[in-house]
Design a protein around this ligand. Structure first.
Ligand code: DHB
Ligand code: FE
Length: 311
């Protein structure tokens, strides 16, 4: 039997009490958010007749999620990161703000403090035996379409096992492997040499994958490369490109794929290209230009502060 008590004065008063709404101290914003989330949870428990066993399984799950440090992994998997992007896009549309290069999610694996290089950087340390050389380059443009010298292009990506330095369970990668900050040259250009990354998968034995299994979903991402791009007078762009041809390009568990973020990857095997890039073997090349959006009334109105690893 599912008794209906949510709408009674007793339960409604209790929700206000538990959210501290009858207290003078505390933070009003926190109270408002907790009151709303708690109310929605109480209502969900009633509407779906959630059992005590199901509820306590959920509490144990949250503890596992925290213990494994996976809250930031579950978030994109459940589409919340994508939802925040949708909201920022809608806010821009309402303000008439045009974005050049589309934004997409940051993901949980950025690390602050990567080495800074001028114009060009080598991202990998050559230790990945399966690495296929990648040359990626492009020009960063301002909102007026002009190239932006001195823009910073922060780039990070996974190795051929789909693991990121600082988060690599094998312990194989040195700090900041495949992470650099590249400052664009006088023509607004960035360029890097690295290796073609492989797609990332959630830890198979972790709580994120466990929940995805319950949803009948996989926990894999197509191969991708992350960017933060910043320049004077412009909003910081958070984006990624996908590696063209990856079978999961349009089946990303984190929903980060967007039109305009799958540039062609061209295999170069001719002697001239190899030599011009100072290489000795065939390589993959991606050209990707980036266009930033201007500050809104002089400020970056969408800057995102979140806990990030710094090394
Ligand atoms: C996750 C991993 C990524 O590499 C990424 O870019 C986004 C999300 C994740 O584990 O949730
Ligand atoms: Fe990633």
């Amino acid at each position: 039997m599912n008794t209906q008590i949510f709408d009674t004065p007793e339960v409604q008063d209790f929700l206000r009490l538990a959210s501290g709404l009858d207290q003078a101290g505390g933070n009003p914003r926190t109270k408002a958010i907790i009151h709303r989330i708690l109310s929605d949870l109480f209502k969900t428990i009633e509407d779906l007749d959630i059992t005590s066993d199901e509820y306590w399984a959920g509490v144990a799950y949250l503890n596992q999620l925290g213990a494994r440090g996976e809250a930031g992994l579950l978030s994109p998997g459940l589409g919340l990161d994508r939802y925040f992007d949708m909201r920022m896009d809608a806010e821009d549309a309402a303000l008439g703000v045009a974005n050049g290069t589309p934004r997409t999610i940051e993901g949980p694996l950025y690390v602050a403090g990567a080495p800074v290089e001028q114009g060009f950087a080598r991202l990998d340390d050559g230790s990945d035996a399966n690495g296929h050389t990648l040359i990626m380059h492009g020009t960063v443009h301002g909102a007026d379409g002009r190239p932006l010298p001195g823009a910073t292009v922060e780039v990070w990506h996974a190795n051929t096992k789909g693991f990121y330095s600082h988060f690599d369970p094998t312990g194989e990668q040195k700090p900041f492997n495949m992470r650099r900050t590249i400052v664009t040259d006088a023509q607004g250009r960035y360029r890097f040499q690295s290796i073609v990354p492989v797609g990332y998968g959630c830890p198979p034995d972790g709580p994120t994958q466990a929940l995805l299994n319950q949803l009948g979903r996989h926990g894999n991402r197509p191969a991708h490369i992350h960017f933060f791009v910043s320049a004077q007078g412009h909003r910081k762009l958070t984006t990624q490109i996908n590696i063209d041809g990856d079978p999961l390009v349009y089946d990303d568990f984190a929903y980060a794929t967007r039109e305009g973020l799958v540039p062609p990857l061209v295999e170069r095997s001719d002697a001239d290209s190899i030599q011009r890039n100072g290489l000795s073997a065939p390589f993959a090349e991606i050209a990707f230009d980036i266009t930033l959006s201007a500050l809104v009334d002089g400020v970056d109105n969408q800057i995102v502060e979140r806990a990030r690893l710094a090394a």
